[in-house]
Write a protein that binds this ligand. Structure first.
Ligand code: SF4
Length: 224
């Protein structure tokens, strides 16, 4: 079976296995998405949600408000998230830059051609390639596949990306395999699959719905 045909079948099976969440429509608020994604770095989803909720209760989530906010108050709201002091600093700095340099809106930045928008986003404090790609995919419907820890692991086990590939190598390999209109689904479904079946330790190969298309099936059981 050719690589693309296998990739296609795998996506179809994952689409039948998992439901895409309602928020996964590429229409999220760009600034909120940026702030949530900064908070989410090295932090469990539940704590990210709690920290964002606390921040939203205290402040209006706009560049102007967060640029003027007291650093200690942002820190206090984020305490439940990992590295909250760095994140608070990044959020305040990023808000000031968007406020002053971009006229308070991310829209002009997000409307740039993809690579230019990515590069510009990555000049912002606290914004690496994954955060930039999440904002572009979920808030600007730009065709890019963010590579988080689950996407990275599952893509490599499925043989979709080189085993030692870095962020850009995994992103490029996945993007070459799929149609841009499926990028959002690929990102969300590989994460769902990595959480439910293809876990980092002891993946559930015996129950895995795509095991018959996976070159790594079973090898993990022997190593445990
Ligand atoms: S067969 Fe195992 S290694 Fe392959 S995708 Fe499924 S859970 Fe992951």
């Amino acid at each position: 079976m050719m690589g693309e045909e296998r990739a296609d079948i795998i996506l179809k099976v994952l689409q039948q296995t998992f439901t895409l969440p309602k928020w996964a429509d590429g229409q999220r608020n760009p600034f909120e998405t940026l702030i949530v994604t900064i908070i989410s770095q090295n932090t469990a989803d539940r704590n990210t949600a709690k920290a964002f909720e606390r921040l939203s209760k205290r402040f209006e989530i706009t560049p102007e408000t967060l640029a003027k906010a007291e650093l200690s108050q942002i820190e206090e709201a984020l305490q439940i998230a990992g590295l909250y002091k760095n994140k608070a600093k990044a959020i305040k700095a990023v808000s000031a830059i968007i406020s002053e340099k971009f006229g308070g809106s991310m829209q002009p930045l997000l409307s740039l051609p993809l690579e230019e928008a990515r590069k510009t986003l990555m000049t912002l404090p606290g914004v690496g390639p994954k955060t930039a790609d999440v904002v572009l995919l979920f808030a600007a419907t730009q065709p890019t596949i963010p590579v988080d820890t689950h996407v990275n692991r599952v893509a490599k086990r499925l043989g979709f990306a080189p085993a030692t590939g870095d962020y850009e190598a995994v992103r490029a390999s996945l993007q070459a395999l799929y149609d841009p209109r499926d990028y959002l689904a690929v990102h969300v479904l590989l994460i769902a699959h990595g959480r439910r079946y293809c876990r980092a330790r002891r993946p559930l190969c015996e129950q895995c719905p795509i095991s018959m298309y996976c070159p790594s099936r079973g090898i993990w059981d022997k190593n445990d």
